[in-house]
Structures are given as C-alpha cells and as structure tokens.
Design a binder for this molecule. Structure first.
Ligand SMILES: [Fe+2]
Ligand SMILES: [Fe+2]
Length: 305
C-alpha cells in the first residue's frame, strides 16, 4: 500500500532526526512524552486542506492515466493526446505518480505529528466513464462535463496584476465538455487519429484531448498558486519545507502542461471555430487557433490593442 510506504518514510526520517517516533496518530499528551512537537491548529488545517486537494488531484489524474497514460486502455484517446506531444502518456503517468505520493506523504506526515489524516472515500460516488480503458469505480471528480477556467492562459500573458485588481478573459470557451472519452459509441476506441483529424469521430476525440490539455494546465496552475499562498501561512519550519517542496513540483507540472496545451490552439490541431460546443456543432469541436494572425479575435481585447 502506498500510504504504508509513506508512513515508513516519515517514520524513518523522524527516527534519523533522533526523535524515534512511531508514525501512528498520538494524542497531544503522548506526543509531548515522545518529544514530538504537536502542530499548531493553523498548520494542521493547512496540511489537511492540502491533503484533501491532493486526494482530488489524484482522483482526476488516475482517470486520465487509466485511459491515456503510458499503460492507457484507450488507443484512440492516447493517439489524440500524442498528436499534442509524443510524450503525453508518459507525462500523464508521471503526474499521476506525483499526486499519489503528495497525498500519501501529507497524510503520513499528519499522522507522524499527531494530527488526523484526510480520507474522502465516502464521497467516491461519481460514475466512471463507460469508454474502453476506464475502471468501473466510484470517483471524486467528474471529467465528463467540464467547465474549464482558461483565464490562466491570458493572465500569464497580461501586463495586469491580479493582486491589483486585474481581471482576465477566457482564452477559449470550454463549457460542459468532456476531457476523457465518454463511451465507445461516441468515440470508438480504435479510431485512427490522423493530423489534422478528418472524420467526425476523429475530430471528436481530438477535441476531447485538446480539452484535456487545457484542463491539465488549469489544475496545475491552481496547485502551483495554492502552495505558494499556503506557504505564507504556516509557522513550523518543517511544514514550510514540505509546502514549498511540493509546491515546486506543482509549478513544474504547470510549466509542462502549459507547453503542451499550446499545441491544442495551434495548427494543425486547432479548429477554425471559436468554441468546442458539441451540442450545437456535432463533429466540429476543436479549439480555436490562437496563433493565426488573421484572426482578430484570437486574443482577448487587451492583447489586440
Ligand atoms: Fe500534487
Ligand atoms: Fe499537481
């Protein structure tokens, strides 16, 4: 079990520091007897909040990994992702591994400092995708009908500062769209994925992969800014070290996905339409081309001026 592994890692680190503390949760009085300093309530709250966020991240990345990771089960989805970058399945699997370790480490660390770990198992009630490759288990997150906030894409290209009231437009519109294949009728799993996609099924799957690429960046920019915000709120130096260390990994994740998603809004994979609405335009759901200088509306107003 992953969590046992991290319990052992945290316990070993504590022992090497001369504390010799068992990793099991201990009440404050017992902690004092062992020489362990209990966390402040604020540090505990920050770590538990981050552990919950990591459990959610793990849940969504596991769904991507089952379908499109290095051992992914949906060939067409993997091919569409690889149209964005040949290493996409490997990156997806690596990112998933990171999130599992973040969640397990934070929970093991909480226990080692006498605090309650986080468990969200009772909320694993959302249905899995029915597409080939998806495990049929309860989920915490829904990747089948996503509204993706893409304003991070414009924020990092803006001269405005969000701390000074800057407001940033959506780079592309992604409203109630899937980021993973829904079922084999909608997207047959053996469909070829030429570049650019030609058939309705291939365009559909490419649009799903392109949507995923923006969701990857969206999730990880959230993680990156979350950790840098929380680092300012903790008191214990060891907790600070943990927060800035995991935060650095989240920033690396964002940088990686920001690079990849650029291919979803550039030819030959970008579409010529300004939205990805499948309900209005079946088969015509690719993201707009943000690189085409002939498109006056390709950037938000601020950029065009
Ligand atoms: Fe993480
Ligand atoms: Fe992450």
């Amino acid at each position: 079990m992953q969590s046992n592994k991290w319990d052992n890692v945290v316990r070993r680190r504590a022992f090497l520091k001369g504390l010799g503390v068992a990793g099991a949760m201990l009440p404050a009085g017992a902690l004092l007897a062992t020489g362990v300093r209990a966390l402040t309530s604020g540090d505990t709250a920050v770590l538990r909040f981050l552990a919950a966020a990591e459990i959610l991240e793990t849940d969504l990345w596991q769904q991507y990994n089952e379908l499109g990771g290095v051992n992914g089960g949906n060939a067409s989805y993997m091919a569409a992702l690889q149209n964005l970058d040949g290493d996409m399945p490997q990156y997806i699997t690596d990112n998933t591994d990171d999130e599992v370790s973040h969640a397990d480490f934070l929970n093991a660390y909480l226990k080692s400092r006498g605090a309650d770990p986080v468990n969200l198992d009772e909320f694993r009630a959302l249905p899995s995708s029915q597409a080939t490759g998806a495990r049929q288990v309860g989920r915490l997150t829904n990747l089948q009908k996503l509204v993706v906030d893409t304003s991070f894409y414009t924020r990092y290209r803006s001269s405005e500062n969000p701390d000074l009231g800057g407001i940033f437009a959506q780079a592309v519109k992604i409203v109630n769209e899937p980021a993973i294949p829904l079922n084999d009728t909608d997207t047959p799993p053996a469909t070829g994925q030429p570049v650019p996609p030609v058939t309705t099924a291939a365009r559909r799957m490419q649009a799903i992969a392109n949507t995923a690429s923006f969701h990857f960046g969206y999730i990880e920019q959230g993680g990156a800014s979350l950790y840098s915000s929380m680092a300012l709120k903790v008191r214990d130096l060891e907790v600070l070290r943990i927060v800035i260390s995991i935060g650095g990994v989240e920033t690396d994740h964002f940088s990686l996905w920001h690079d990849k998603l650029g291919n979803a809004v550039a030819q030959p994979l970008a579409g010529d339409r300004g939205d990805v609405s499948r309900s209005k335009q079946p088969g015509d759901r690719a993201l707009p081309d943000q690189q085409d200088p002939a498109r006056a509306d390709r950037f938000p107003q601020e950029w065009a001026s």
